[in-house]
Design a protein around this ligand. Structure first.
Ligand code: SF4
Ligand code: SF4
Length: 91
């Protein structure tokens, strides 16, 4: 799979939030497949197993609820091909 953009959740950019008390991911992961060279760094070092490689050695989001928004993946990607939007808790 190498879609241009794969998003972890169907959340529009204007609703980057979740209600207080509701468990869920702290980040929303977006992968820009056309920029990704498939080095696998993000998959290898994601501490919570959000990502995996597909049969073409490109990252896919397999466990979006586990994202802690640690930003390891998007700060180390050499191609700026992955972005994590932090989700804020609303009250
Ligand atoms: S922000 Fe952290 S937890 Fe979320 S996908 Fe990236 S490395 Fe994994
Ligand atoms: S670190 Fe960046 S270039 Fe490497 S596999 Fe992940 S998204 Fe693709």
């Amino acid at each position: 799979m190498n879609d241009a953009v794969q998003e972890a959740q169907a959340v529009s950019p204007t609703t980057e939030a979740r209600p207080a008390g509701q468990k869920g991911p702290r980040g929303r992961v977006v992968i820009f497949g056309t920029w990704c060279k498939g080095c696998g760094l993000c998959v290898e070092f994601c501490p919570t197993g959000v990502l995996a490689l597909d049969q073409d050695s490109h990252p896919i989001i397999v466990a979006p609820d586990r994202c802690t928004a640690c930003h390891w993946c998007d700060t180390h990607c050499p191609d700026i091909a992955i972005v994590v939007h932090s989700l804020e808790v609303t009250r």
